[in-house]
Design a binder for this molecule. Structure first.
Ligand code: HGY
Ligand code: MN
Ligand code: MN
Length: 578
């Protein structure tokens, strides 16, 4: 593969010649971006090529669309396809489909061309004859302008897959630009919010699927929206090592939380495969669809589907718009009835390893790029509601008020005071709301959240009881009613010694420094996976004081490089023990 740096140096004619196969018989696309060199990363080059396609005249766009062959069509039968199309159609099984499939595709091609006067275009990577036929059947009824848009989008996807097969870039550049690209899919006009199964979340899943396909993985999106890429071992009966992290985010979050743990394994596997590397076990990278608990206040939905304890009772819970979890899953095109089939067989697993940003300052303060997680703090999270008496802000004397918000304000300070008094204990009120509040009305109701964590379960549980008791005292004294409901309760989890030692040995070898072991105050999918298989976690240093769950979350390229080398070394060390 050519390095992007080399491509940037080529003469104009060599550059155009190198990229002429990306867009079928249409070298003008590559020529169009010549003047924009040098490209900082592959994503920037692809964005420029995509812009060349979308900004071309309608005539030129139609010419580009018509330059494409039919799928399993006459050109394929007569061997007239370009090398790239030949390979793509062969990998999708179109050169060996059954007579019936072939006949169906031929009929659908004819119907499609008769309707639209241009060929049906699909990036067939990851497809098979049946899914190609399903796509043709789904699209043949579209409106003409819609199909023209889809055809150009598919042409750009084909171009991107071909580009990633042709040109390589430094792993840190790839991961950084993919984190930037995924952060563009947001529920917000500004900043990153990717809540479970929103349109932004679904677009993120499809882009992660494409990253996995480009890395040569077999990809599946399951009934709760987890995107799983598998690198199959040649030993069919081999066990599976799971890795991955979540792709949903908090509101106004950072671009690395969760995503690094998906993109780094994908990038490492892509390079290992191209180097002809083989593993004696299957490697599955899981992009978990829901970990943060933002939309339905239930965390770890993605990983709990794999561990077989997805909270089915929650399917009737509703989000802030009154949409049930069940309806959100169905609206995203998934089948709630199929959730039970996602559970993994623990006997088939070697373990689970999660790569994640530290989300704290320890590695930064000790000038270490990576560390091994010793344990993950457990947490108890509750939704609380305080009811007082609404009234006129101007007429009710202060001593007669039952002000719900004033009561909660005192309660928040009580949480802070109790949780400040015990090492390793933290307490947070992250949400606080006066439903339907108005400036001139004494709050009759106030809702808030409570998140208490510690790496010591007993200490956390006793702190939680003391907090609730204190909140009740405050409510009683203020003639308020307090209700509270636990929504999450996860015990602290120790990481597996054997896998952690393999990680530590990999860190020693790659960094030349004895590995630092540290606890995680943040929760992670790994704590769910620990219920069915041994797990370990690799922490990667964060910049900006270690800030996270914030747009200033940051990660240095050299630390991505180090983490990728450690991850790769870990895979090999595990292989030696398998
Ligand atoms: O809240 C947490 O610890 C994680 O970021 N979901
Ligand atoms: Mn998080
Ligand atoms: Mn996370």
């Amino acid at each position: 593969m050519m390095q992007l740096a080399q491509l940037n140096q080529l003469s104009d004619s060599e550059f155009t010649a190198q990229l002429c196969a990306l867009y079928e018989h249409s070298p003008w696309v590559a020529a169009h971006v010549l003047a924009q060199r040098p490209f900082a990363n592959l994503a920037a080059l692809h964005a420029a090529l995509e812009n060349a396609v979308h900004s071309a005249s309608p005539d030129l766009q139609l010419k580009l669309i018509c330059a494409h062959p039919e799928l399993a069509g006459k050109a394929a039968v007569s061997g007239q396809l370009t090398a790239a199309s030949t390979s793509e159609q062969r990998h999708a099984g179109l050169a060996h489909c059954t007579t019936q499939q072939f006949e169906q595709i031929r009929e659908l091609n004819a119907l499609y061309v008769e309707r639209f006067r241009f060929p049906f275009i699909l990036a067939v990577k990851g497809h098979n004859p049946d899914t190609v036929i399903a796509q043709m059947q789904a699209r043949v009824g579209n409106a003409a302008d819609q199909e023209r848009t889809v055809a150009l989008q598919q042409i750009c996807r084909i171009g991107w897959f071909r580009l990633t097969d042709l040109v390589a870039e430094p792993i840190a550049d790839q991961i950084q630009s993919q984190c930037v690209e995924l952060a563009q899919y947001s529920d917000l006009p500004e900043g990153l919010a990717c809540s479970y199964l929103t349109p932004a979340h679904q677009a993120t899943a499809l882009r992660i699927r494409d990253y996995m396909l480009a890395a040569g993985l077999t990809v599946d999106i399951d009934a709760v929206g987890n995107v799983t890429g598998t690198w199959h071992s040649e030993a069919e009966s081999a066990k599976t090592l799971l890795t991955g992290s979540h792709y949903d985010t908090v509101i106004n979050g950072g671009r690395y939380d969760g995503r690094l743990g998906i993109l780094l394994p994908v990038a490492v596997v892509s390079r290992l495969r191209r180097q002809g590397h083989r593993l004696p076990y299957h490697l599955q990278i899981v992009a978990f669809a829901e970990e943060e608990g933002v939309r339905f206040r239930s965390t770890f939905l993605g990983s709990r589907a794999l561990t077989g304890d997805f909270p089915l009772a929650l399917l009737d819970s509703v989000d802030a718009q009154g949409i049930s979890l069940r309806d959100a899953i169905i609206a995203a095109g998934h089948d709630p009835q199929a959730i039970g089939r996602i559970a993994r067989d623990p006997d088939q697993l070697l373990g689970f390893i999660e790569v994640h940003i530290e989300q704290g300052p320890v590695l930064l303060n000790e000038d270490r790029p990576v560390g091994v997680v010793s344990s993950i703090a457990g947490s108890v999270r509750s939704q609380l509601s305080v009811t007082g008496l609404a009234g006129h802000a101007g007429t009710v004397p202060m001593h007669l008020r039952q002000d719900a918000a004033a009561g909660v304000a005192e309660m928040v300070l009580a949480v802070e005071q109790i949780c400040s008094g015990q090492s390793g204990l933290v307490g947070t009120v992250g949400q606080l709301l006066v439903p339907g509040g108005a400036m001139n009305v004494i709050p009759g109701r106030c809702e808030f959240s409570l998140d208490i964590r510690s790496d010591d379960d007993a200490g956390r549980d006793s702190a939680y009881e003391r907090v609730i008791a204190r909140l009740q005292d405050i409510a009683t004294r203020r003639r308020l009613a307090l209700t509270h409901r636990k929504v999450v309760e996860t015990s602290a989890v120790a990481c597996d010694d054997r896998l952690s030692q393999l990680l530590a040995g990999s860190i020693d070898q790659i960094t030349g420094q004895a590995a630092r072991t540290l606890p995680s105050g943040a929760g992670h999918d790994a704590m769910m996976m620990a219920r069915i298989t041994p797990m370990a976690m690799l922490f990667v240093r964060c910049g900006n004081g270690g800030i996270s769950h914030h747009p200033d979350e940051s990660l240095a390229g050299e630390d991505i490089d180090t983490a990728a080398q450690v991850f790769s070394q870990f895979l090999d060390r595990l292989a030696c023990q398998t």
